[in-house]
Structures are given as C-alpha cells and as structure tokens.
Design a protein around this ligand. Structure first.
Ligand SMILES: NC(=O)c1ccc[n+]([C@@H]2O[C@H](COP(=O)([O-])OP(=O)(O)OC[C@H]3O[C@@H](n4cnc5c(N)ncnc54)[C@H](OP(=O)(O)O)[C@@H]3O)[C@@H](O)[C@H]2O)c1
Length: 249
C-alpha cells in the first residue's frame, strides 16, 4: 500500500512547536511536501525543515503571523508557483492566555480572538481559492475539547475554538461542492508548551478524568490527522472528531 499522503503538498500553521511540529514530521513521513509558518523561533524552524528534508520531502518555512492577510496571500501565490498547487491545509497555530473572565483585559481578549479566529479567514481564504481552482483539497482545523465541554479553560480561548467548529461546519457545505473536505479535530490535553501553561491542579484532574490517565503525545494527534486529510478518508466532511485519550465525563 502507498503512503497515506504520497505526492501531497501541505501547509501547516504553527509548525515549529508542539502539535504543529509533529504534524510536519508525520505528514512528511507519509509522503507529503510540507510548508509551515511560525511566529518567532527561527532555530526551531530550521530544525523542523531539517526533519522534513531528512525524510526526503520538500520543505518551506515562513516567518509570518497567521493574522497577516496580505502576507498570506503572497505566501500562497509563491508556494503555488513553486509547487504547482496545495492539497492540504491544517489550521493549527493558536494562542491561549491563562485568564479568568472577570479579569480578562481588552488586550488579551482581542489578542486571543484576533489570532485564533482572525487566522481562519487570513490563512484559509487564499488557500481555499487555490483548492477551488484544483477542484480538490482537504482542510483540517485543530480545535479543542474546551470548545465543547464546560472545562476550566479561559473563556476567550474556548470562544475562539468554538468559532472554529462553526467555521468547519459551515465552510464544509460550500467546499463540498468543489471537492474540498473541511473537518476538525477537537484535541484533549497534549504535552506541549501550550498545555504546560495550564494550572498544575488542572493537569492532575485531567489524568484522573481521562481513561488513558495521561497527557497525549503530539505525534498521537498527528498520526490521526494524517489519516483525516488523506484520500483514504473519502466520505467525511464537516465533522469534528474528539481525540482526547477517552474522557470519562
Ligand atoms: N496542547 C494542547 O493540550 C491542546 C489542546 C487542545 C487544542 N490544542 C490546539 O492545538 C493547536 C496546537 O497547540 P500546541 O499545544 O501545539 O501549541 P504550542 O505548543 O503553543 O505551539 C503553537 C505554534 O503556533 C505558532 N504560532 C502561535 N501564534 C502564531 C502566529 N500569530 N502566527 C504564526 N504562528 C503562530 C507557534 O510559533 P512560535 O513558536 O514562533 O510562536 C508554535 O509553532 C492549537 O490550535 C491549540 O489550540 C492544543
């Protein structure tokens, strides 16, 4: 059997750390050329590029914010010129701030909503238009169980991740008519920098309420994501799949 993503061209947002870095590695191992963007860490970007290339795939990295509409249009044009098209987009990059709602500042609210929701439009639109031209494509959005369950996470973050679910479901209707799939994974708690910022008590509670009794490893999410965006997952559209180690609640 061929590799899951043989010959595919993928763009992953936030590829330098955590789940994004695992997505880059697993997608490349499964045969995809992988481009990704990031915000700050040039050293990590070089490392991830090296991992992709060591797997024999083409790699590109872009230091550009997921909110930079103009830059992302330009980036898409450049990638399509170089690679001839784009088959897969993963909207992965996001931020969180450990806030109570009552003490959330205007700035923190705007930052989280602006990044996590604003990026859906800024990143997806130019790539979606290219996928329409191709009449094929797969878009995967990484949301959170915090958008679905009443968990003690920050309200701005949960709100932004819930927006991602509406985005997934509604866009899938329009996209389906062009042969494009739009799905989402609602992630439980995975061992990344973002999760390590959660209160210690929260992490202990997590290990108790999940049947697997531990945090997820980023590559565990990436393995499932590779199947979700592959052609072998041919009859799923507008779906949100929970990958959380088996929640008891
Ligand atoms: N970890 C979890 O437990 C968990 C649970 C549920 C959902 N999720 C979701 O999974 C996704 C990945 O989370 P993670 O834990 O892997 O996060 P992470 O470890 O904090 O990594 C975030 C990545 O996004 C990039 N990024 C952040 N803001 C950006 C911006 N404005 N423009 C471009 N890149 C930006 C970061 O790049 P720099 O290093 O350059 O800043 C980094 O590569 C997120 O959507 C998150 O909401 C995670």
């Amino acid at each position: 059997m061929s590799l899951l993503l043989e010959g595919k061209r993928a763009f992953i947002t936030g590829g330098t750390r955590g789940i994004g870095a695992a997505l880059c590695q697993v997608f490349a191992r499964e045969g995809a050329d992988v481009a990704f963007n990031y915000n700050s860490r040039d050293d990590l970007a070089q490392e991830v590029m090296g991992v992709i290339e060591a797997l024999g795939r083409r790699a590109r990295s872009f230091k550009i914010s997921v909110t930079d509409r103009f830059g992302l249009k330009h980036l898409t044009r450049e990638l399509v010129q170089d690679w001839g098209g784009l088959d897969i987009l993963v909207n992965n990059a996001a931020i969180n701030r450990g806030d109570n709602f009552a003490t959330t500042t205007d700035r923190a609210w705007d930052e989280v909503i602006g990044t996590n929701v604003g990026s859906l439009f800024a990143v997806t639109k130019p790539i979606y238009k290219q996928m329409i031209r191709q009449r094929v494509g797969s878009i995967l959005n990484i949301t959170s169980i915090g958008a679905i369950r009443a968990l003690p996470t920050a309200v701005h973050y949960a709100t932004s991740k819930a927006a991602m679910i509406g985005f997934t479901k509604c866009l899938s209707r329009e996209a389906g008519t062009f042969g494009i799939k739009v799905n989402a994974i609602a992630a439980g708690i995975f061992d990344t920098d973002l999760a390590q910022a959660l209160p210690e008590r929260w992490l202990q509670m997590h290990d108790f309420w999940t049947s697997s009794g531990r945090l997820g490893r980023p590559e565990e999410l990436a393995e499932f994501a590779a199947f979700m965006v592959s052609d072998r997952n041919s009859f799923m559209n507008g779906e949100v799949v929970i990958v959380d180690g088996g929640t008891v609640t």
